[in-house]
Design a protein around this ligand. Structure first.
Ligand SMILES: Nc1ncnc2c1ncn2[C@@H]1O[C@H](COP(=O)(O)OP(=O)(O)OP(=O)(O)O)[C@@H](O)[C@H]1O
Length: 282
């Protein structure tokens, strides 16, 4: 299988935080959602992937090449959007186009025009007059307009309203249609990731808790609502985490280990994440 992104045993230590031997692999043509609580290490991982900070150990391959040893040509194939727009505020679209043409050999002016027109960005309005949503649309437009084969996005949809987010998610789904393009995206809006991702990687306190196909996760886990005495009859290896509710207990369980007499509801990716780190974990 071809991987757009492969990370092996990646480790980075800060005082009080360790990104601890993380491994993941994003197959080409797919979208991977990268989730985790504040401070889990998502931005650190993304900065390491982009070679913006130095790793302590491990290997990172993008489109089959080691990023730290790569040539400029690989960097042209990576579209990056961080949570802040990084264009000088006094520039407008025309000026940004002019600069990007000089930076990227692969800059596609007509594609750039197509995206900014689609997103409703005006040619003569300076960035300083943009709303947050418009700034994110501009960053995404630029990331998509230089022949990128992989998009790496850190909280690219945070702070945006559901309509703008939906528009952007549609663009991401179109981007991977030809199965040669891939996306690695971190977000706290897990429902967005559930809509578009093929794989979900969950980072918790610098360690990977799971890294699986979304469909497999949704098929494997469910939420069991029952009484405390019923929960005691359940094979303890089936219970990932639980909490007491007004009516008894709710537990994230492995569906196939639960007897047919107990009712198990579908779990969302957010449920799975929350129960994994919940205090009442077995
Ligand atoms: N330059 C640095 N020096 C020291 N510690 C750092 C540095 N950068 C990040 N950290 C620490 O690394 C940990 C992980 O931070 P990181 O920004 O990667 O988390 P995150 O998962 O992206 O969080 P959030 O969802 O809040 O953006 C935090 O404890 C943070 O304080």
């Amino acid at each position: 299988m071809d991987y757009a992104l492969e990370i092996r045993n990646l480790t980075k230590k800060y005082n009080g935080f360790t990104l601890d031997h993380i491994n993941l692999a994003l197959p080409s043509g797919c979208i991977m959602g990268f989730i985790g609580e504040n401070g889990a290490g998502k931005t650190t991982t993304i900065k390491l992937i982009l070679d913006l900070i130095k790793k302590d150990s491990g290997e990172i391959y993008i489109l089959g090449e080691e990023i730290s040893k790569s040539q400029r040509i690989l960097k042209e194939k990576i579209g990056v959007v961080m949570d802040e727009c990084c264009f000088p505020e006094n520039l407008d679209i025309k000026e940004i186009n002019f600069i990007m043409k000089k930076i990227y050999k692969t800059w596609d002016e007509s594609l750039f025009r197509q995206y900014y027109t689609r997103f409703g960005l005006k040619e003569k309005q300076p960035v300083k007059e943009y709303s947050r949503g418009m700034k994110m649309k501009l960053s995404i437009t630029c990331a998509l307009s230089h022949g990128s084969q992989i998009l790496i996005l850190d909280e690219a949809t945070s702070g945006l309203d559901p309509i703008v987010r939906d528009e952007i998610l549609d663009v991401f789904l179109e981007f991977i249609q030809d199965e040669r393009h891939s996306i690695f995206i971190s977000s706290h809006i897990i429902s967005d990731l559930e809509k578009i991702c093929d794989y979900i990687t969950f980072l918790h306190k610098g360690k990977i808790i799971f890294n699986d196909s979304k469909d497999l996760l949704l098929e494997k886990y469910g939420v069991l609502k029952c009484s405390e005495s019923e929960l005691k009859t359940v094979d303890s290896s089936a219970i990932i985490g639980y909490r007491k509710s007004g009516f008894g207990v709710e537990a994230l369980v492995e569906r196939e280990k639960i007897a047919g007499s107990l009712l198990v509801d579908p779990a969302s990716i957010e449920d799975i994440m929350l129960y994994y780190i919940r205090e009442g974990k077995k």
